[in-house]
Design a protein around this ligand. Structure first.
Ligand SMILES: [Zn+2]
Ligand SMILES: [Zn+2]
Length: 372
């Protein structure tokens, strides 16, 4: 039987999000229906609102949901009704990337995450008997109920029973991306210098992970001094303001070059400068998106003769089932204190939450959607 719900409808950058009544479809065999307790707001939601990504609107966004499973399809084994779960991106499970435990690079990423419907084209949400674009990242969690797939749901381990779901919600996107970039994609080694450009959620997660990996020094670069102060609280040993000749300061601090540079800004000049700072066998990891027309330049002789690597990174190379519980474990040990980034907002105040992140007053807004 279809389920009534409320969802925040996005109609583009000229309109505020509007919370309206919707109906959630019946489940397919591999799906779960989750009562959403909380959902983080991410830069990607806003990029879709602004038309920068090929996701159909109007629609329901939200891809950092956590909640309680209320119903499961006949083939689901990953969780059962009553389980606490956190959601992330969806993937096909069959392509060469999914087959080699690299689902962030799923060949079918678009139809499984951005098509506004299930991969078979059927809608998961309706309003006044008309389909609504949803199934965003296999969830659309700016809503009181969401349909997820068993491939993008992770059961919260019992060891984390004390951690409220509203704190676990943002785990499945920016936090996983930043931490995974350091611990999985770049496999940062102890005692090697790393510089992290940009201290939003992804950059801050990378700083905490660099400390877990034992990198040294850990250099944060941003143009916001308050963010830089927080970066030092979270593990950065040095914090340089990008307006104040940060590149020269890094050169002075690390005369042999950087073992790792990590860009979250997507600015061409920063990425090229970061490449120029690498040591022998240094690696530049890139998660920040430039404009579609941008082309990078680098010196081939430096690149080849020093054995450097430039690596594009999606989702921190995370395989959800293993990596999200690993991060929850670090949080329980006090080594991944990402809760310092979070500001909570009631679901009805979604537009205020978005304003706070756009102004930079809150690093990671999380919507409280229903009581746990
Ligand atoms: Zn995201
Ligand atoms: Zn795949």
């Amino acid at each position: 039987m279809p389920t009534n719900a409320r969802a925040a409808i996005c109609r583009g950058s000229q309109h505020p999000f509007a919370i309206e009544d919707v109906v959630i479809d019946d489940l397919q065999p591999n799906e779960l229906r989750v009562r959403i307790v909380a959902c983080g707001i991410c830069h990607t939601d806003l990029a879709v609102r602004d038309g920068h990504l090929p996701v159909p609107l109007p629609g329901v966004l939200g891809h950092e949901g956590a909640g309680i499973v209320e119903e499961i399809g006949s083939a689901v084994t990953v969780a059962k009704p009553g389980d606490r779960v956190v959601m992330s991106f969806n993937s096909c499970g069959e392509c060469p990337s999914c087959s080699s435990e690299a689902p962030t690079y799923c060949y079918e990423f678009f139809p499984f995450n951005w098509a506004g419907a299930r991969p078979d084209g059927s809608p998961t949400m309706f309003k006044n008997n008309h389909p609504v674009n949803a199934s965003f990242f296999g969830q659309s969690s700016f809503a009181t109920q969401a349909i997820a797939n068993e491939r993008n749901v992770v059961r919260v381990p019992d060891s984390a029973a004390e951690i409220p779901l509203e704190r676990i919600a943002p785990m499945g996107c920016g936090l996983m991306t930043g931490a995974g970039a350091v611990l999985r994609s770049m496999k940062v080694r102890a005692n090697m210098p790393i510089a992290i450009f940009g201290t939003g959620t992804v950059g801050m997660a990378a700083i905490m992970a660099a400390k877990i990996a034992g990198a040294n020094p850990i250099i944060a670069v941003d143009i916001n001094d308050e963010r830089l102060a927080l970066a030092k609280e979270l593990g950065a040993t040095h914090a340089f303001n990008g307006k104040d000749d940060a590149i020269a300061k890094i050169r002075e601090l690390c005369p042999n070059g950087l073992g790792y540079a990590f860009d979250t800004t997507g600015f061409k000049s920063i990425i090229q400068d970061a490449f120029g700072l690498l040591a022998f066998q240094g690696m530049l990891g890139i998660v920040g998106a430039c404009g579609p027309e941008e082309v990078m330049q680098f010196n081939e002789l430096e690149f080849m003769s020093q054995g450097r690597t430039v690596k594009g990174i999606l989702g921190g190379d995370s395989d959800l089932v293993n990596f999200i519980p690993e991060l929850i474990g670090y949080h329980l040990e006090g080594r991944f204190p990402y809760d310092k980034l979070i500001g909570y907002f009631d679901f009805d105040n979604i537009n205020e939450a978005i304003e706070a992140t756009e102004k930079g007053t809150v690093v990671k807004p999380v919507l409280r959607i229903s009581p746990e």
